[in-house]
Design a protein around this ligand. Structure first.
Ligand code: G3H
Ligand code: 13P
Ligand code: ZN
Length: 354
C-alpha cells in the first residue's frame, strides 16, 4: 500500500524510530529493498533522484513502484522525489504516482548555485501548497550540503554546490530553521551539518568538528515536532570498501557517517535517513567479485543476483539499526484524498505547532 511521507514519519515520531530512505534506479534495487522490508516487517521509503528518473524513465519507474506495491501489499511504501529542483520536477513526480517530493531550494534550479533564503522559502512554500492540495508530502532543505573539512559542496555524484562554502552556509541555523518551517509548511526538513553525498565524506573517523550532530540537537530543541532528515548518511562501511578493492576496485580509504551517530540523530528528531552510496557500493563490490572470480561468466543474472542480495543484507541491517523493523503491519496507510482533506481542514497540525 502506498503511504505518504507525512503519515509515515508522524508514526515513526510517535514510536521513536527512524526510516532509511533508499535511492533506486532499477528493478534489482527495488526488489532488494522490498525483500529486506518483508523480512523485517518494515515500512519503506524509496526515492528517485532526477538522475534516476532520467535513467529508468518515468513510466518504467511508475510501473516498477506499482508492481512492488502489489507484490508486497502489507508493506507501507512511500515513493519520494529526491532533490527536486523545481515545481515542475515535483509536480511531474506526483503525476507518476510519487506520494512525496523534496523541493531542494538550498540550491538554485541549476542544482549548483547556493540559493538565497528568500528564494528557498518562496519556492518551497509554492511546492508545499501544490503537494498538499494533492495530499502528498513535502521535504524542504535549509543549509547547503558539503564538507566542513574542505568547505566544498558535494560534486561527487554530479550535483551539489559550486565553489567554497562558508561554515554559515554549511550548518543550518536553528532560528532560521524555525522561520523556514513556519513560512513553508514543509512536512520534513533536511538540514546541513557536515555530511555530503558520495563515498568521500570524511578523510578520518568523524568527530564533532566535521560531523556537527550538535546542530541537529539544537534544531530539535527548537522544533521538537518537525521531522528532520539527514542527507549523505551512508556509512561507507570498511568491509564494503575492502570487498570493492579486493576484486579490482580502486577506492581510497574513506569514512562515512557512523551508524552510532545516525542513532544519536534518531534520538533527536531525525526520522528520514538518506542512503544511496552504501547500496551502490554493496552492489558494485558483488558485481566486481563475480567479474574477477568467474571470468567466463556473461549471464547478467549471475552478476545481479548476488549484487541484489548484498544490497538486501545492507537494507536489513539499516531497518534493524534504525528501529524501523517490526512496524509495517501496524500502519494503515491513508489515501492521498484523505490526506488532502486533512491538510485543507487544518486537522493535520502544521509541523511547527509544538
Ligand atoms: O542525491 C544524491 C543521490 O545519491 C542520488 O544520486 O543523482 O547520481 O542519482 P544521483
Ligand atoms: P549518500 O551518498 O551518503 O548515500 O547520500 C544519499 C542522499 O543523501 C540522497 O539524497
Ligand atoms: Zn541527498
Amino acid at each position: 500500500m502506498m503511504i505518504t511521507l507525512r503519515q509515515l514519519l508522524d508514526y515513526a515520531a510517535e514510536h521513536d524510530f527512524g526510516v532509511p530512505a533508499f535511492n533506486i534506479n532499477n528493478m534489482e534495487q527495488g526488489l532488494a529493498i522490498m525483500r529486506a522490508a518483508d523480512r523485517t516487517n518494515s515500512p519503506v521509503i524509496l526515492q528517485a533522484s532526477r538522475g534516476a528518473r532520467a535513467y529508468a524513465g518515468d513510466l518504467i519507474l511508475q510501473h516498477l513502484i506499482k508492481g512492488l506495491a502489489e507484490m508486497y501489499p502489507h508493506i507501507p511504501l512511500c515513493m519520494h522525489q529526491d532533490h527536486g529542483n523545481s515545481l515542475t520536477t515535483c509536480e511531474t513526480a506526483l503525476d507518476y504516482g510519487f506520494t512525496s517530493v523534496m523541493m531542494d531550494g538550498s540550491l538554485e534550479e541549476d542544482g549548483a548555485t547556493p540559493a538565497s533564503y528568500d528564494y528557498n522559502a518562496g519556492i518551497t512554500a509554492k511546492v508545499a501548497a501544490m503537494a498538499h492540495a494533492r495530499g502528498a508530502s513535502i521535504e524542504g532543505e535549509l543549509g547547503v550540503l558539503g564538507s566542513l573539512e574542505t568547505g566544498q559542496g558535494d560534486k561527487e555524484d554530479g550535483h551539489g554546490a559550486d565553489g567554497v562554502l562558508s561554515e554559515e552556509q554549511l550548518l543550518t541555523d536553528p532560528d532560521e530553521a524555525v522561520r523556514f518551517v513556519k513560512e513553508t509548511s514543509v512536512d520534513a526538513l533536511a538540514i546541513a551539518m557536515g555530511t555530503s553525498h558520495g563515498a568521500y565524506k570524511f578523510t578520518r573517523q568523524p568527530d564533532g568538528d566535521i560531523l556537527a550532530m550538535h546542530v541537529i540537537e539544537a534544531i530539535h530543541a527548537k522544533l521538537p515536532n518537525t521531522h528532520l532528515v539527514m542527507h549523505g548518511s551512508s556509512s561507507v562501511p570498511q568491509e564494503l570498501q575492502e570487498i570493492f578493492n579486493e576484486f579490482g576496485g580502486e577506492m581510497k580509504q574513506t569514512y562515512g557517517v557512523p551508524l552510532a551517530e545516525i542513532e544519536r540523530g534518531i534520538r533527536s528528531g531525525v526520522r528520514k535517513v538518506n542512503i544511496d552510496t552504501d547500496c551502490r557500493l554493496a552492489m558494485a563490490g558483488a558485481i566486481r567479485k563475480v567479474a574477477q572470480t568467474s571470468k567466463s561468466e556473461f549471464d547478467l543474472r549471475k552478476f545481479m543476483k548476488p549484487a541484489s542480495e548484498a544490497m538486501e543484507a545492507l537494507c536489513v541491517d539499516r531497518f534493524e539499526r534504525f528501529g524501523t523493523a517490526g512496524h509495517a503491519g501496524k500502519i494503515a496507510p491513508l489515501p492521498l484524498s484523505e490526506m488532502a482533506t486533512r491538510y485543507q481542514s487544518g486537522s493535520l497540525a502544521p509541523s511547527i505547532h509544538n
